[in-house]
Design a protein around this ligand. Sequence first.
Ligand code: SF4
Length: 454
Amino acid sequence: MSKKRVGVLVFTKKIKERSTRKLTFFDSFVYCGLNSLLLELKDEYEIGYCDAAGIDNWDFVLVPIHSHHDVVNLMANLRGKEKHKSKVVVGGAGLINIRPFKHLIDVAVFGRAEGRIKSILNYEPLPNVWYKEDDPDLKKRYEWGKVWFLLNNEFVQEESVGCRKKCAFCFYSWSHEFVSKGNSLRYTSSVRDIKHGKSGMKGYEDFFANLDWGKAYKVATITSLDGVTEQTRRMVFKPLSRERLRNKILEAYQYKQEGRMWVKIFLILGYPWETEEDAQLSELREDLKAIDKPNKEIRLILTFLVSHFVPMPHTPLQWEGVNLLDFRKILTEKVGRTVYMGKNIEAWVYPYITTPVSAIEELFLNRAFENDADLVYKILMNPKYKTLKAWQKKDVLLKYLPSFAYSKLDIGTPLPTDYIETIYNIEKPARKIRMQYENIIEKNEKKGGKYGAR
Ligand code: SF4
């Protein structure tokens, strides 16, 4: 009997691409999760790459979804292929809302699939798997797929999955329970890159408060603050006071003469309560200035990777709207790329910063219903739309999308992604944050402050 064939879909039409991510094939580190599934299948199935034109040459077509960009690409590539003989199976870390494209697919896997991919291809019932044949209108409730074991393949050894900290914006931590090697409670980094002998996806990765400067001067280091002010960090449950931030950086001076330390720091701007003033990073600049020393002792280069806040489903911020202020524009015009240039410390902003437009697009895809597929085709895939400037795109989106797609909603409003049960209580923390920021806004508005949140 000939083996059944599993094709991994390659997007030949790329509507959306992350400029920060190079094109890679699926048998690479970036797709280490999919790689594990293919290893489980390789003895019983014939595996290869396929494109949309050839999907019917395969019994199953796997489509990995990393982010909302892949959702648009999937829709662009499979449009017109609603009737196909193969079974199209989607899954991956970025798969949340299948409603706008479920007419194009047959199976959706939410969360983890390791250890059960053969059962999925055999159409066995599983709590985290949607089969169109069984539930065409998505009436049932599903779960986030639990971790059955930590991945270990030629690319990675997972050290842990999920995170106990539960920052309010972090979809990853609210959709994964924390599991670690040997049940250790200590989180260092989620994966180990076996090929390059590194902890983390691309170097040394750790929480800011735990940074080990001894490692940071040896390899590129990645961490995050995720809030540009102490107030914001506290509100999103990522508390790091200004004093702790300064003290942590001061520890780097122990490594004088050791060489350059290069640290990438993720930052989020555009939370609903943030203003133009926040975009100028004044508080961070002040803190760096306060701990720089008059004589050169170390060389610490901080690069901030800034993205515009997106209220992600299944997090306590899922009912928030997009802050329409263009933080990228304000930052670029009022600060430029250099945040601080001192004797020992340099801080830069990485030039790729997301805008409210990309935040609206992402939120729209996460809040879209079945009948919104047409808007995806007509707007996001429109070649003219792609050529517009950010402010023109924003006007188009605000004019044509339903306001539900990007506005602040009452806490508890039903959402299209409710077909997956939340693992944790998100309403309670959601109310706490909403109450706090509405108070702040009210006080600031009395003083004449302006907000861009919807
Ligand atoms: S942002 Fe980082 S620290 Fe916060 S919950 Fe997510 S993984 Fe944990």
